[in-house]
Design a protein around this ligand. Structure first.
Ligand code: IMP
Length: 204
């Protein structure tokens, strides 16, 4: 027991600067107990972090630096956009607020499907950017998942655009997959793998 406690104490502690529980659940499955990931809620921080910039990188940096300034702790954040080829990369950095400030998942899907009506090229990708602040220095990691937007939503799991996104290599939408299945394809998993590899390289 004491050994186990010592091991827990030695794990690197990182605050994950998000209020999105879906992201926390997905990332915790990937990181497991390799690092001590603390959510904003666990850290007692109740803040709606702004995402005012026009790139995923700048928004990810905004989130991690906001929490780093508040706490001085090691922090990571993640910002994701859905980039649709036929819409010139939209909704992209505006993915959360595509249909308005309400950040309504269903309204965003409705707007996306309306904008793609009659369009044959449905290619899209999710792009996730993780910003890590470790020992006061920032590092960025990217993960991309290619796929397509289907015409009618399917599945009830996940969040955001999951019911209309089918990744390359599957015939299911993300919303029809368990977290473990989604992680076989996901942008967030790929970016998190890079984060983990980097953190491990810093420890050895
Ligand atoms: P943000 O990274 O929290 O700004 O997320 C932007 C928006 O992209 C979210 O509100 C979701 O609508 C969407 N989004 C981000 N990640 C995913 C995902 O893994 N699946 C589906 N939609 C996502």
């Amino acid at each position: 027991m004491e050994n186990q406690n010592n091991q827990l104490n030695q794990r690197l502690r990182l605050i994950f600067a998000t209020n999105n529980q879906h992201k926390v659940d997905e990332i915790k499955v990937v990181i497991g107990d390799q690092f001590n990931v603390v959510t904003l809620k666990d850290a007692g921080i109740d803040i709606d972090i702004p995402e005012p910039h026009d790139t995923l990188e700048a928004n990810a940096t905004e989130k991690s630096t906001t929490i780093h300034r508040l706490t001085g702790d090691n922090v990571f954040s993640e910002d994701t956009g859905l980039e649709v080829a036929a819409l010139n990369g939209e909704p992209g950095v505006k993915s959360a607020r595509y249909a308005g400030e309400g950040r309504d998942f269903q309204a965003n899907i409705d707007k996306l499907l309306a904008n793609l009506e009659g369009i044959v090229d449905r290619k899209a990708q999710f792009r996730a950017v993780i910003s890590l602040i470790l020992n006061n220095q920032e590092y960025l990691f990217e993960g991309i998942c290619g796929g397509e937007i289907i015409t009618q939503q399917k599945g009830l799991k996940g969040f955001g655009y999951d019911p209309v996104f089918v990744p390359i290599g599957s015939d299911k939408t993300f919303a029809e997959m368990t977290i473990e299945e989604k992680n076989q394809f996901s942008h967030r998993k790929k970016a998190t793998d890079k984060l983990i590899a980097f953190l491990k390289s810093q420890q050895s």
